[in-house]
Write a protein that binds this ligand. Sequence first.
Ligand code: PEP
Length: 242
Amino acid sequence: MRQLIAGNWKMNGLTESIVEIALMSRTLTTKPAHCDVLICPPATLISHAVQSGAPGVAIGAQDCHPEPSGAFTGDLSAEMLRDCGATAVIVGHSERRQYHGETDALVAAKASAAWRAGLTAIICVGETLLEREAGQAKIICKRQLTGSVPRGATTTNTIIAYEPIWAIGTGKTPTNEEISDMHAHIRICLGSRIRILYGGSVKPSNAREILSLPNVGGALVGGASLNASEFTTIVEFSQPSS
Ligand code: PEP
């Protein structure tokens, strides 16, 4: 299966940032990637990014509400995201779990909403540093997978992102052995070929190694996805199949 390199812009980017997506697309047009490429800008930029037309770069969202519509001020439904051209949505990112108190059950409801709207759900799991140091990382990820991945997950409607919380935005990454070990564990828990992305401080200097590890189906990239040149360098390191 093709790897996926996905960028999560978080709460970064104004209209002028669309140029980065255009630059990514231009690079990928001259040097086609052998992986799928997705950028998840803030919701305010989804329509703009889609309408600007960037061949080779799909556009996704960072969160959705479980309901299709209703009295939920400030929220966006999966149907709305699909309507403005998104093809995928990240759910259960650790920043949502931490700052918005999102539970596994809510994340599962959001993933189901994504499927209902025809979006691919990118479901995030990952342990804290304390949990890793206590030897609980696998138990925590298994529990998150059990609670956050609804029945009916397939290789086309779902992607898992393993993101150790202590590696996000910190410049720290697990060892290759730790990544391989956790991805193998997640593969067993899932019992299917659903793609498993690694996320947490992926950058041009470590992407080649990480993307060549077994069971790594791509990367979810935060900081380094804001810059077209860094992001396309990571894309170049993707492996033809995983
Ligand atoms: C993320 O937020 O999903 C992420 C992986 O961030 P960073 O690459 O900046 O660590």
